[in-house]
Design a protein around this ligand. Structure first.
Ligand SMILES: [Fe+2]
Length: 244
């Protein structure tokens, strides 16, 4: 698998005010880019992790990445797409995305089983096997993450969609169910504040500065070793990958 391509997270037509549909597409692209950066961090660093302490931290990083992905797709399937499906004129939004989720799920579950065997059962870490597993589903996952954004942009002309309701429902539910130790620190340390000249820094990750600060002080340090594998520091500034 080659390095996944990041998504354009600026869907506002040039010179035009941002529509609610393009705001939704941009915010979804920002989340998807966190997943793509994380996958890239895993793929590039997996072959060079050899020390037992580093392997233990790397497995925590892999586990957090999977937690973010599962949680995002569960919220889409239970909140976001049912709401969209109920409002938009074109039917099939829900089933299309569900089918794409199902396409890479077996590979993702093999990834989870690998991580669990090494992390919880003490099995030896085999980088070649991990890479082989990612090769079975990484391409389908990347295509889905891109395809979903194209689908949202394509719904821009549909006047029957209440984008505020759809977007807020997704954000509220995501915040409510987010794992504070694994998921939120993963998102914080893989949200590049400088991406696209930093135009999204203020709104993503979607919480006020003091909440961000609480996470830096209380939650990020709990798995500090794992975040060494992240693409950014806890201020969202890109950093070198220590094992790439
Ligand atoms: Fe999504």
């Amino acid at each position: 698998m080659s390095s996944p391509t990041l998504l354009d997270s600026n869907h506002k037509p040039q010179g035009a005010p941002e529509s609610k549909a393009s705001k939704n597409a941009s915010e979804m692209a920002l989340v998807h880019n966190v997943v793509l950066r994380g996958l890239n961090c895993i793929y590039l660093q997996a072959p060079n992790v050899t020390d037992p302490k580093d392997i233990a931290d790397f497995m925590l990083f892999c586990d957090a990445w999977s937690c973010v992905l599962h949680s995002h797709h569960l919220t889409e399937e239970t909140v976001y797409f049912p709401l969209l499906e109920g409002q938009c004129q074109e039917k099939g939004v829900m089933s299309r995305n569900h089918a794409e989720h199902e396409a890479f799920l077996p590979g993702l579950l093999r990834f989870d089983a690998f991580v669990s065997r090494v992390k919880d059962s003490g099995e030896p870490y085999d980088a070649a096997e991990l890479i082989k597993i990612i090769d079975t589903f990484g391409g389908a996952l990347e295509r889905h993450l891109h395809h979903e954004i194209e689908g949202l942009v394509g719904l821009e002309k549909d006047q029957s969609i209440d984008w505020d309701l759809v977007g807020k429902s997704m954000a509220q539910h995501s915040k409510k169910v987010a794992d504070r130790v694994r998921e939120v620190p993963f998102i914080i340390t893989n949200s590049d504040m400088t991406y696209e000249s930093g135009i999204h820094g203020v709104r993503f990750p979607p919480f006020p500065w003091f909440v961000h600060q609480i996470f830096r002080w209380v939650y990020v340090p709990q798995l500090q070793g794992a975040w060494r594998f992240s693409s950014c520091d806890d201020y969202g500034l890109p950093k070198e990958l220590p094992f790439a």
